[in-house]
Design a protein. Structure first.
Length: 196
């Protein structure tokens, strides 16, 4: 990787960490410069504005992470109900990148930025829609393969599961303890068993 590309990636990664911990609007360019130890000129060489950098974080860091962590696991398992539970358990209990104290980065960005920035809204909606479509498609395939009851509505189930995940993340933030996720996981397992 060339030096300019490495610097750009460094800015994105460190800025993401700051924003994940403190929020987008409260993270200033000066905070980013202090943390990344790059000059103002170097920052503005790579990004014209903070919002341009924010969009790069969504498109270049969050979307690939979503694909690797949220989408690929759903494609690896024949039984979508097992895959969904394993995915949620892994995201909530085993994933060290997603910090309990900070919640879900996509949900945080959504809550903070969508009222103010249409570009952020479109990009974040794209991330959410991708996850929704893949999970619903896995459930539909599960219906065809006999893992899921024929009367199940995959899109409704997906929305319910995703809403529960984001809600559980918020309870985790409030308690700053992964134990807050356990009731959700227990009821998720019970719910998924009713879909067989």
């Amino acid at each position: 990787m060339k030096k300019a590309a490495a610097t750009r990636l460094h800015i994105l990664q460190k800025s993401f960490e700051l924003i994940y911990a403190h929020g987008y609007q409260t993270t200033s360019i000066d905070d980013i410069l202090t943390t990344t130890q790059v000059t103002k000129g170097a920052f503005y060489y790579h990004f014209k504005t903070k919002d341009e950098m924010g969009m790069a974080i969504i498109n270049e860091l969050m979307k690939p992470t979503l694909t690797n962590s949220f989408i690929e696991p759903l494609a690896k398992e024949a039984d979508p109900l097992t895959a969904i539970y394993k995915l949620m358990y892994g995201l909530l209990m085993k994933n060290d990148f997603l910090k309990v104290a900070y919640g879900c980065p996509a949900a945080n960005f959504t809550q903070e930025m969508t009222p103010w920035n249409k570009d952020f809204t479109r990009a974040l909606n794209g991330i959410t829609e991708q996850w929704h479509q893949v999970m619903a498609a896995a459930l539909e395939k599960g219906k065809q393969n006999g893992y899921v009851r024929k009367d199940v509505h995959p899109k409704q189930v997906t929305l319910f599961i995703m809403a529960g995940y984001w809600g559980a993340r918020n309870f985790g933030k409030l308690e700053n303890d992964k134990k807050a996720y356990l009731p959700y996981l227990k009821e998720l397992k019970n719910y998924l068993n009713t879909l067989k």
